[in-house]
Design a protein. Structure first.
Length: 252
């Protein structure tokens, strides 16, 4: 997981009074997007104001800038984006904004006019978000091949095509089975607790006594481990699961 998305996520403007419910909804939305980004095999580096963003972009080269903006046209951060691009950085920008349906069209136009490359309005559908991110990175040449494919002891995962194979044999996966397997592969060798899997893969909280993770793990094991001497998915009793290869790790 060596690709970074720079995430400009400021709080509400001082003149905007946000209710507790609105604040909670905004934070829950960010948790879901964070999970979606991790499922894509990437991580985030966040900034809360424009100066933070300048320092972030000066210190590393992210594959994408995700900017949450109230009014895209008036954002002072476009100047920073222009400076980085003029300095040779390839920096695609995806804008996420809110507003009612009538305001979404003008907001999208202003985001593109200001220098954005993609736009989504809240509430953001995480499946669509992942597709748009991958498509934008592909179009701009920012997705590194080494990070797009995951190989774990004969198991190959291709997130762009959402395909899985082991020892050259393609394995059919449901969308959620792929998401779960990919999450374990991205965290190769790390114990993934059940509650963390629920939050990161399903994007919201289940009751503590749910067995949905165990059910999906059984299905995945039947597909990737049955008939193989080297078992990849291991149970950590009382905690969760870990994907572990006997001698190899994740490579590209």
């Amino acid at each position: 997981m060596n690709e970074i998305i720079a995430w400009h996520a400021p709080g509400p403007a001082p003149e905007v009074r946000e209710s507790e419910a609105e604040c909670k909804k905004r934070e829950e939305g960010r948790v879901e997007l964070e999970a979606a980004i991790r499922e894509l095999g990437m991580k985030t580096a966040t900034s809360e104001d424009v100066e933070d963003l300048r320092l972030l972009l000066s210190g590393q080269e992210p594959v994408l800038l995700l900017a949450e903006l109230g009014e895209p046209a008036g954002w002072s951060g476009w100047r920073v984006v222009s400076e980085m691009r003029e300095g040779g950085m390839v920096l695609p920008v995806m804008v996420i904004s809110g507003g009612d349906e009538e305001a979404r069209g003008p907001a999208a136009v202003s985001a593109f006019d200001a220098g954005g490359n993609e736009y989504m309005a809240r509430p953001v559908h995480t499946g669509e978000f992942k597709c748009r991110v991958l498509n934008l990175l592909k179009l701009t040449g920012r997705r590194r091949g080494a990070a797009s494919l995951l190989k774990v002891d004969g198991l190959l995962l291709d997130p762009s095509r959402r395909q899985v194979s082991r020892d050259g044999i393609e394995l059919k996966m449901t969308p959620k089975e792929f998401d779960l397997l990919y999450y374990l592969a991205v965290n190769l060798g790390e114990i993934c607790p059940r509650n963390e899997i629920l939050q990161q893969v399903w994007g919201y909280h289940f009751h503590a006594d749910t067995n949905v993770v165990d059910v999906y793990i059984r299905h995945i094991r039947m597909k990737i481990d049955k008939g193989h001497r080297n078992k990849l998915i291991h149970t950590v009793r009382g905690t969760g699961y870990v994907l572990r290869a006997p001698e190899s790790g994740v490579t590209g």
